[in-house]
Write a protein that binds this ligand. Structure first.
Ligand code: GDP
Length: 473
């Protein structure tokens, strides 16, 4: 498992974060800097959503520090934790602001933790907020530590753990895939995980430029379905959620409140600011991108730049994408029938052109105002989600591989890739590893061919599918 060490000056809440990550409540966290409950580094298996990693709590080492300086325990730290870790969470106190000792820790990390990817985490952030600007101010200060964008959270309340998840996920996945061994494969999170986060309902983001009809579409969908939780006021806009049931399945709308709020301010503006935020896409499992049919009919191209950006980003982030063309009622007049035909043809074509790496992205034509097509939208959303979660047994994949390889002929026999073994390492989105033998490598063409075949044969159109290659052990 990848290993993450929690580092920081005394009393920033290292143990509290450690406890939250390992979900063990009985360990005590004392507030006084002089009261050290633990002497040793604590070592546990962290569960954060569908992520598993080893976490080390360096708080115990503080007992060894003779002075207030972190330097006193440098040797112990180097020996004990840095050699074992690939990642570090550099904890600071969001409310206290940066202390001289934080700067020392930063300096020390830069010097000794060179091979370790470090994220700055601002703990105790639950009382700061966007509105007064206190959160932004603290983040600005923490940024100056030089380890990139800080993550604001509260180890006590759990606020912001999603942000931590989102920051760690790509790092850990990348690491695991780099050092992948057979026995690791099963440890990576998957759809069937007995895990809270992966049991979370389908998270749907409805995105699009202002005025395309997102609110209207949402209302049309919600009318039919039981809304389980109304928009509820949380600590930040991000924590406001709408949940409803569709076809017996719970669905969360991600960031709906965010755009409902902003749509009001941005009416008429062509900005896509809210959707451009990567964060919102990262949280969604499926992204429904809403376009305006009337605009498409008038324009030369179906998608505005901002819409292309968002569609690409959704796919690059590994989300499932469903495109919804709204306001079709406006094109239904007889004199417009040609235009109608053109829109129906143009949109899927253009999506294929701008996102060539994912074929078969579903496009649904609706009139949210008339309530038409809302069921089709939800069907595509659920369908996309199910593909996104799909897990294929290794035996089946290898039978498939043999067939695919035999039905394809390589011009140059020597160029034929030698894949010993093919396996799915994770779902959400489906990610595969081809173990190639000896010195052979799969070319980009080979990888494209495999991806295409995989998608066709297992009906995985419309979602990003990743294949990586490793040298067979
Ligand atoms: P949002 O900013 O994306 O949430 O857009 P709204 O849902 O507020 O809709 C913007 C405007 O488009 C409103 O005046 C809606 O009544 C109108 N609208 C939304 N959907 C449709 C539709 O299917 N057909 C027509 N004709 N108008 C629509």
């Amino acid at each position: 498992l990848p290993t993450v060490v929690i580092i920081g000056r005394p009393n920033v809440g290292k143990s509290a974060l450690f406890n939250r990550l390992i979900r063990r409540r009985e360990a005590l966290v004392y507030n006084t800097p002089n009261d050290h409950v633990t002497r040793d580094i604590r070592d546990g298996v962290a569960k954060l959503g569908d992520l598993r990693f080893r976490v080390l709590d360096s708080a115990g080492l503080e007992a060894e520090a003779s002075s207030g300086s972190v330097l006193g325990r440098t040797a112990a730290m180097t020996e004990n934790v840095l050699t074992r870790s690939q990642f570090a969470l550099f904890l600071v106190d969001a409310r206290d602001g940066l202390q001289p000792m934080d700067l020392d820790v930063g300096k020390w990390l830069r010097k000794h933790a060179t091979g370790i990817k470090t994220l700055v985490v601002m703990n105790k952030a639950e009382l700061l907020d966007d509105i007064s600007g206190s959160l932004a101010a603290a983040a600005g200060e923490a940024y100056t530590l030089g380890f990139g964008d800080p993550i604001a959270l509260s180890a006590e309340t759990g606020f912001g753990m999603t942000e931590l998840y989102e920051a760690l996920r790509p790092l850990l996945e990348d690491y695991v895939l780099r050092v992948l061994k057979d026995e690791d494969i099963d440890k990576i999170g998957s759809c069937e995980d007995e895990d809270i986060e992966s049991k979370l309902p389908l998270q749907l983001a409805i995105v699009g430029r202002p005025n395309v009809g997102k609110s209207t579409l949402l209302n049309a969908i919600l009318q039919e379905n039981r809304v389980l939780v109304g928009p509820e006021a949380g600590l930040t806009r991000d924590s406001i959620r709408v949940q409803f049931q569709y076809d017996g399945r719970n669905i969360y709308l991600v960031d709906t409140a965010g755009w409902l709020e902003r749509t009001k301010q941005e009416k008429g503006a062509s900005s896509l600011s809210i959707m451009q935020s990567r964060k919102h896409l990262m949280r969604a499992h499926v992204v429904a991108l809403v376009l305006d049919a009337e605009e498409i009919a008038r324009a030369r191209r179906s998608m505005k730049h901002a819409e292309v950006v968002i569609a690409r980003r959704a796919v690059e982030e590994g989300r499932g994408l469903v495109v919804v063309v709204n306001k079709m009622d406006l094109l239904k007049g007889k004199q417009n029938s040609k235009i109608y035909e053109r829109v129906i043809k143009a949109v899927p074509e253009e999506i294929q052109t701008v996102i060539p790496q994912v074929s078969g992205i579903p496009v649904v034509f609706v009139s949210a105002l008339e309530g038409q097509g809302r069921i089709a939208v939800m069907r595509e959303v659920v369908d996309t989600y199910e593909k996104w979660c799909l897990r294929l047994p290794t035996a089946r994949l290898n039978r498939w591989l043999r067939k695919v390889m035999s039905r394809h002929s390589w011009k140059d026999q020597a160029a034929q890739p030698k894949i010993k073994y093919f396996t799915q390492v994770k779902a959400r989105p489906p990610t595969f590893v081809a173990f190639v033998s000896g010195k052979t490598r799969l070319s980009d063409t080979d990888l494209r061919f495999l991806t295409k075949s995989l998608k066709e044969d297992f009906n995985l159109g419309g979602i990003p599918v990743r294949i990586m290659q490793r040298t067979a052990p």
